[in-house]
Design a protein around this ligand. Structure first.
Ligand code: NDP
Length: 444
């Protein structure tokens, strides 16, 4: 049995109850085959893959808080510190009822390679809780965030582990968590990113993941002799990534015709009104039915369905496993040219293969949504310098990082005879740097 197969079978045995983590591990290790095979003896002796698939440590803790009726509620908090070979652990905090250890592990594992791809010195980690901020009052959200940070603050720090936002964790939640960290630890440091601009946040961080997704998509199109101008784009999600992806796509001259949330989706053939979408989602925190009610050209549909709309480019920006094999078939049948993932692992392995085999240019989330964490790392740099850069400065660095990522993953795929396989290219380019650092640092 090859070293990759041997490790994969042990990972499966050990983590049988964590399907998302297994899916991520399988996707990464399968695509690393040519690199591993070229150095099999060394990697096997060093147990490099075993060390890479086992987190450095993981925390699971109780988060008690009191709701507005005086009732005590209990949630579970997680932080997985996966790998710090190239820098402090870095990765977001997800607040969603679906959160469990397997999901946090999958996200933390992916984060190792993504962070490496940015070219910046950050390791991989992830955290969160099964708490659902939806429908909670501001006071309840604060009570949860304070309780969550009361425990989490023992394990993080500006040079140790720097969490950020993710699904359900936006500026409000980061603010409450930062306040509690400062109060308990008594230090004012850049321990979280995605902070408000008045207390150490970076301009362009809010926009970064969505904008970065479009910068890499634009480079992909350019390198295939195409432009964004006049293209029809379908987007899923209506959160942070989706909103700013739609905004940048429109600035580039494309037309975005869909968005979605967990209950339904919008088809707006006139093009999504981003200002209205922001009002509905960022200000009112309401459902997409409100968008439809306010805009005549918009059609609202219950359930899921954005991938059936004819498009040139599809950008899944909601959550994991939201683009399935039948969706992939529909996209191909409709002549879709490119799929770039704004969310983490939104496309199943089967759907990814189908898209690639049918000539769709496919860039996975590890590369395509790395703009968020890259800008978080730029926020860390500004905090260390005690300086704030202008929006244009941060945005132009982000743009350069995304263009570099595209060329790095393209080159890595070509180097191992897999031209056009940007998924493998991203895994390989991300892996090589982490592997070298791990080998250099000995058995730790
Ligand atoms: P938000 O919470 O801002 O938005 C998430 C969106 O996806 C919402 O529209 C939400 O709908 C929808 N959604 C969430 N869960 C589900 C589900 N189970 N089924 C259907 N729809 C769902 O999160 P972000 O925009 O920040 O994150 C989106 C994705 O991008 C995630 O995969 C995240 O890990 C990834 N990502 C985010 C980064 C960032 O900087 N924010 C950086 C890199 C990756 P509803 O409002 O109804 O819940």
């Amino acid at each position: 049995m090859s070293y990759v197969d041997d490790v994969l079978s042990r990972v499966k045995e050990k983590n049988a109850s964590e399907p998302e983590f297994l899916q991520a591990a399988q996707e990464v290790l399968e695509s690393l085959r040519p690199v591993i095979e070229a150095n099999e003896e060394l990697y096997k002796r060093e147990a490099l893959l075993e060390r890479l698939t086992e987190p450095d440590r993981q925390f699971k803790f109780r988060v008690p808080w009191v709701d507005d009726n005086g009732q005590v509620q209990v949630n579970t908090g997680y932080r997985v510190q996966f790998n710090n070979a190239i820098g402090p652990y870095k990765g977001g905090l997800r607040l969603h009822p679906s959160v469990n250890l397997g999901i946090i592990k999958f996200l933390g594992f992916e984060q190792i390679f993504k962070n490496s791809l940015t070219g910046l010195p950050i390791g991989g980690g992830k955290g969160g809780s099964d708490f659902d901020p939806k429908g909670k009052s501001d006071r309840e959200v604060m009570a949860f965030c304070q309780s969550f940070m009361t425990e989490l603050c023992k394990y993080i720090g500006a040079d140790v582990d720097v969490p950020a936002g993710d699904i359900g964790t936006g500026a409000r939640e980061i603010g409450y968590m930062f306040g509690q960290y400062k109060k308990i630890r008594g230090t004012y440091e850049g321990v979280l990113t995605g902070k408000g601009l008045t207390y150490g946040g970076s301009l362009a961080r809010t926009e970064a993941t969505g904008y970065g997704l479009l910068y890499i998509t634009q480079e992909l199109m350019k390198c295939h002799g195409e432009s964004m101008e006049g293209k029809t784009v379908v987007i899923s999600g209506a959160g942070n990534v989706a909103i700013y992806a739609a905004q940048k796509a429109q600035q580039m001259g494309a037309k975005v015709v869909t968005c979605s949330d967990s209950t339904g989706w919008i088809y707006d053939p006139e093009g999504i009104d981003v200002a209205l979408l922001k009002e509905v989602k960022e200000v009112k925190r309401a459902r997409l039915t409100e968008y439809a009610a306010a805009r005549q050209s918009a059609q609202y549909h219950e359930g899921r369905g954005v991938w059936q709309i004819k498009c040139d480019i599809a950008l899944p920006c909601a959550t994991q496993n939201e683009l399935l094999i039948d969706d992939a078939k529909q996209l191909v049948a409709n002549g879709c040219k490119a799929v770039c993932e704004g969310a983490n692992m939104p496309t199943t392995i089967e759907a990814t293969r189908y898209l690639q085999e049918n000539g769709v240019w496919f860039i996975g989330g590890k590369a395509a949504n790395a703009g968020g964490v890259a800008t978080s790392a730029l926020e860390m740099t500004q905090n260390s310098e005690r300086l704030s850069w202008t929006f244009e400065e941060v945005d132009s660095k982000l743009q350069q990082i995304m263009v570099n990522i595209y060329h790095n993953i393209d080159d890595a795929a070509k180097k191992y005879g897999m031209e056009g396989d940007y998924v493998a290219g991203a895994n390989i380019a991300g892996f090589e740097k982490v592997a070298q650092a791990m080998l250099a640092q000995g058995v730790v």
